[in-house]
Design a protein around this ligand. Structure first.
Ligand code: BES
Ligand code: MN
Ligand code: ZN
Length: 510
């Protein structure tokens, strides 16, 4: 898919499909009004006849609209103008994209960027000068275009041939004053969407294909396609030398070798301290000896979505050429039972020297992350953010809308929350209070790996906090947001948008 920005009135666009919005009650958006004027009230007549009521998720496709150069005109319902907030915009953008894809149009010109979205979040940094509204709408429209056209059918023997004629999308602007600045916004949105696509593809791949070795190969491939990325892969013997007894305890039951993958992106002066992203890469989580119940266990192939988001984000920022140094660290292994597997009650020594009593082998994410977080300290980081499908309790707490956020620095938490708001990939902060720490007390080791059912998301974060005392750190629990279940089963590509936006903001603030 190709994207561009076009300035000018909609009736003058030579395009296979011109898309304009109509509010409930028949009120025309600015671009629809311009089109209606040129077409001598052709649109308002149709609306008056009752064929388009402007309600959300409705569309009307028109051919041969008088005095227009476009082949087709698609009217998209926007709902009530007084209720046109971010979510209504996203719904309209997705509805429009789906409707255009159903036509035979090879290209489309969407007049969506100038819609009056209520209380649109302020766009910070470089894009602020472009006017928050247009930059935001443009970004979300690009993400909607990718989202609605995404299919994962490479493992079907006969993929459905859906009509995929659409390959060019233009964003129409009546007012071209900001067009130059919006070009950067457009390029960044496309890079973000492609990063999400990489994260979705890796997440959707089954565990027998997407193994730790496969993830390492993907990281090496990223370094090959992007000169600014350097990838190194540590083997189990290297991890043993580093004293990663906790990480290695998780992989013991598996036949697949564990990998510790590091990607270093250099976009700024070597002396500038890096931001380190650590992603949980459990390519299948059976629970181990503390075996999970069978129902929906297949979804535990998604337990590497933190790792996938690190790869997607690194690809995105390398495409953008952000002036920052960023390191990705991915501990990758399987969690399976076997005669060699770690047992409940086993005690292991982490790279930090702290000992851990493993009371539940299904609380394995924290066991691989704690060693990866200690390892992250080697990069003398400015900030470390880990991303993990860590706890089922987070799904109970926040559902599938917000990711759980924890931090040992409040300003860092605020920056991440703001980035999530800005790109509509939101997180919600939970407490990391000292009072929860005692739930991890063990009779036999420095700590145990579970804290009981109450506050399960918080005690998991508390466990990680014991390994991140030396630096600014935040933890994102994405168990509820990285993938969907049921009929829509599939990876979402989250939180690539949040992470990418955070890094864009950091690069702009330097
Ligand atoms: N990968 C799971 C968490 C998870 C659950 C992610 C559901 C996505 C959907 C994690 O390794 C896990 O099993 N956590 C346990 C922890 C418990 C044993 C303390 C859980 O949440 O049940
Ligand atoms: Mn588990
Ligand atoms: Zn897990």
């Amino acid at each position: 898919m190709e994207f561009s920005i076009k300035t000018g009135s909609p009736e003058k666009q030579r395009s296979d499909c011109i898309v304009v919005g109509v509010f409930e009650g028949g009120k025309l958006s600015g671009s629809a009004l311009a089109l209606d004027k040129a077409a001598k009230h052709y649109l308002s007549d149709i609306i008056a006849r009752g064929d388009m009521n402007g309600k959300t998720t409705t569309t009307l496709l028109l051919h041969h609209v008088p005095n227009t150069l476009g082949e087709r005109v698609l009217l998209v319902g926007l709902g009530k103008s007084t209720e046109f907030h971010a979510k209504q915009f996203l719904d309209a953008a997705c509805t429009a994209m789906r409707a255009v894809q159903k036509t035979g149009a090879k290209d489309a010109t969407l007049y969506l960027a100038e819609l009056p979205v209520l209380s649109a979040v302020q766009w910070s940094g470089q894009a602020a000068s472009t006017g928050s509204g247009q930059a935001w709408c443009l970004t979300q429209a690009v993400l909607a275009a990718y989202e609605t056209s995404y299919r994962f059918d490479r493992l079907k023997s006969k993929p459905e041939k859906d009509n995929k004629s659409l390959h060019k999308i233009h964003f129409g602007l009546l007012d071209g004053k900001q067009a130059a600045a919006l070009k950067t916004v457009l390029a960044q949105a496309v890079a973000t969407a492609q990063g999400m696509k990489l994260a979705k593809d890796l997440g959707n791949l089954p565990g027998n294909i997407c193994t730790p070795t496969y993830l390492a190969a993907q990281a090496l491939a990223l370094a090959k396609s992007h000169k600014s990325i350097k990838t190194t892969v540590l083997e189990e013997k290297d991890m043993r030398k580093l004293g990663m007894g906790s990480l290695l305890s998780v992989t013991r039951g598996s036949e697949q070798p564990a990998k510790l993958i590091t990607l270093e992106y250099h976009g700024a002066d070597k002396k500038q301290k890096p931001i380190v992203l650590v992603g949980k890469g459990i390519t299948f989580d059976s629970g181990g000896i503390s075996l999970k119940p069978g129902a929906e266990m297949d979804e535990m192939k998604y337990d590497m979505c933190g790792a996938a988001s690190v790869l997607g984000t690194l690809q995105a920022i390398a495409e953008m050429g952000l002036k920052l140094n960023v390191v990705g660290v991915i501990p990758a292994c399987e969690n399976l039972p076997s005669g060699r597997a770690t047992k409940p009650g086993d005690i292991v020594t982490s790279m930090s020297g702290q000992t851990i009593e493993i009371l539940n082998t299904d609380a394995e994410g924290r066991l691989i992350l704690c060693d990866a977080l200690t390892y992250a300290g080697k990069f003398k980081p400015d900030t470390v953010v880990d991303i993990a499908t860590l706890t089922g309790a987070c799904v109970i707490a926040l559902g599938h809308v917000a990711s759980g956020l924890f931090s040992n620095r409040d300003d860092l938490a605020k920056e991440l929350l703001a980035a999530g708001e800005q790109i509509y990939d939101r997180a919600w902060q939970l407490p990391l209070w000292e009072d929860y720490q005692q739930l991890l007390d063990s009779n036999f080791a420095d700590m145990q790996n579970i804290g009981g059912r109450a506050g399960g998301t918080i005690t998991a974060a508390c466990f990680l906090s014991r390994f991140t005392k030396d630096y600014r750190w935040a933890h994102l629990d994405i168990a509820g947001t990285a993938h969907k279940s049921g009929k829509d089963k599939g990876a979402t590509g989250r939180p690539v948008p949040l992470l990418t936006q955070y890094l864009i903001n950091r690069a702009n603030s330097k």
